[in-house]
Design a protein around this ligand. Structure first.
Ligand code: AHR
Length: 488
């Protein structure tokens, strides 16, 4: 077994790790909303006011901070007035994800109620591609205005007396692509207009998020930072997906992959480090005081869909490989928390790298879910210096991914992934003299291991074994493992 040292310096405090880094994304796509989140009050599936009880509880357990909705590409074809009022009168429209019927039974009230039940903040992604400024202005009024206006009256007529609080509002989604195929210059003009009419009513403070770049489109970031002034934009989004093969026509299977494809997946994931660094460097030139947050509001693995499922539903399974990918991304976001304000994995339920999968009455927690559980104690902590003696598991793929933070009580939280498929490591903790108590939790398994509906607990969190060697605390990291270490 190889031995390495992990050095921590709790006195070297860096940026705050916003809880928002641990957020999710939910879209009217496949079985994310209908079936995954919402089954209706008459369903045999145990539910709270029509929302799957097990999904509400699971998201509460990981302390989900923010949920983005209604898309995705769907957001730029969503007209919010279709989704309010008596359900039997709601208009049925085409959802272009599979050209299926969208009956609009899950709309604004349902989404905001779901967020209340989960205890998370809503993040509404608004329609710029096929909507109007008036439509968005009215939506903000409907949701947040406690005074007298046609929209506030309409909300009251629909059963909600008091306005909700809404902080996060996205102005368009992927406006460079499905959201309108705009040039960055054109989008910025649109943004300035739309954002101006997102009014702040009744003490509600908005955090306006501009549509940012697709992956390596550095020019998009440059133009947005140049043309949109920080007072009118609090966040700029970034979308980047891990595609194992790098070929969107043959992305690779979610469950069947060899060692090479595993390491290719991780190499693709580590691109996030470069993307966050370079987009941040551009943002730094225009916004040295970090007033505008980088919002990675779509990230995760995107594989070929499961055989015999609707290709537009983006349904895939989730293995220990996904757990490692999640750990790498979340550690990158922690380590760049001076700029990364929020991140939203795609997606919460039944779509892409889902944290939860449902089938009929059953819900399973994926390995990715357990990584969110292992990392949740970082929320609102302060990032501290950490360094590990690292080496490569494969060309361009480091063995370890890690980050460390300190909380108000002086406890240190470390999250560490051993990404090697065959090497076990003994990790010695350094720089924490006088802190005697070390405990933690771990997720580990063969890289193809997954939870399935007939074996829902195949992969799960186990206690971390902590030992002592030469007077120093040591932990064992088996191949393909993710750990949370708590030191006090
Ligand atoms: O998450 C699936 C899709 O990926 C979203 O709708 C879109 O924004 C992105 O291209």
């Amino acid at each position: 077994m190889k031995k390495v040292k992990l050095t921590l310096n709790p006195l070297d405090k860096k940026s705050k790790i916003n809880k928002e880094i641990y957020s999710n994304f939910s879209e009217h796509l496949g079985r994310c909303i209908y079936d995954g989140i919402y089954v209706g009050e008459d369903s045999e599936i145990p539910n709270i006011e029509g929302y799957r009880k097990d999904v509400v509880e699971a998201l509460r357990e990981i302390k989900l901070p923010v949920l983005r909705w209604p898309g995705g590409c769907f957001a730029d074809e969503y007209h919010w007035k279709d989704g309010i009022g008596d359900k039997k009168d709601r208009v049925k429209v085409v959802n272009n994800w599979g050209h299926i019927v969208e009956d609009n039974s899950f709309g604004t009230h349902e989404f905001l109620r779901f967020c209340e039940l989960v205890g998370c903040e809503p993040y509404i992604s608004a329609n710029v591609g096929s909507g109007t400024v008036r439509e968005l202005m009215d939506w903000v009024d409907y949701v947040t205005f406690d005074g007298v206006s046609p929209m506030a009256e309409l909300r009251r007529k629909n059963g909600r007396e008091h306005a909700w609080k809404l902080k996060y509002i996205g102005i368009g989604n992927e406006s460079w692509g499905c959201g309108g195929n705009m040039t960055p210059e054109y989008y910025c003009d649109q943004y300035r207009q739309y954002a101006t009419f997102c009014r702040e009513y009744s003490g509600n403070k908005l955090f306006r998020i501009a549509c940012g770049p697709n992956a390596y489109d550095y020019n998009w970031t440059e133009v947005c930072m140049k043309k949109i002034t920080p007072w009118n934009m609090q966040g700029l989004s970034l979308h980047y997906y891990t595609v194992p093969t790098g070929d969107w026509d043959h992305k690779g299977s979610s469950t069947e992959f060899d060692d090479k494809e595993y390491y290719d997946t991780l190499r693709s994931t580590w691109q996030m480090e470069q993307l966050v660094t370079r987009h941040s460097q551009i943002m730094d030139r225009y916004d040295p005081d970090h007033k505008v947050g980088l919002i990675v509001d779509e990230w995760g693995c995107w594989y070929d869909v499961e055989p015999d499922t609707n290709p537009s539903f983006l349904y895939q399974k989730n293995t220990m490989r996904d757990a490692i990918v999640a750990a790498i991304n979340l550690n990158i976001f922690n380590n760049h928390s001076e700029r990364v304000y929020m991140a939203n994995i795609a997606q919460a339920v039944n779509v892409l790298q889902a944290v939860l999968l449902t089938e009929g009455m059953k819900t399973i927690k994926t390995p990715t879910y357990y990584v969110f559980d292992l990392f949740k104690e970082h929320m609102e902590n302060t990032l501290i210096y950490s360094h590990i003696e690292n080496e490569n598991a494969a060309d361009g793929v480091p063995v370890f991914s890690h980050s460390a933070s300190i909380n108000e009580n002086g406890e240190i939280i470390v999250t560490l992934a051993n990404c090697s498929l065959d090497e076990e490591y003994e990790v010695q903790l350094r720089g924490v003299c006088g802190m005697e108590s070390v405990r933690g939790r771990m997720l580990t398994g063969e890289v193809h291991a997954k939870n399935d509906f007939d074996d829902p607990d195949a992969v799960g969190i186990v206690p971390l074994e902590v030992g002592t060697r030469d007077g120093k605390k040591v932990i064992k990291m088996p191949p393909c493992s993710v750990a949370e270490i708590v030191i006090r």
